[in-house]
Design a protein. Sequence first.
Length: 100
Amino acid sequence: MTFNELRAQYEPWFQGWLVLAPVVGFGSTTLVKNQLYRVWKVSHGLTDSVSAQQAREMGLNPPDWSGAAWYGLAAAGLFTVFYILAARTWSRHTPQESED
């Protein structure tokens, strides 16, 4: 299989990955960040209406979000692995279209 054939076979998959991987990573980071903040507020007896700035004014320190960022990066990496496996499986078991 030549490079051009290989590129033609996987180009749509790569384009899809370019869109979906950042969405998965950012979405996972946002969800985990929100859940960490919610658990932190509940454990400190704060209501949902209290913002991070208000908590700082009360002398409390909101949690660090670096764990959420690492989780988002790991989620995007795991998504990439499964996406590559799906692309390879689909491409190997789908007949090639002839350009006649």
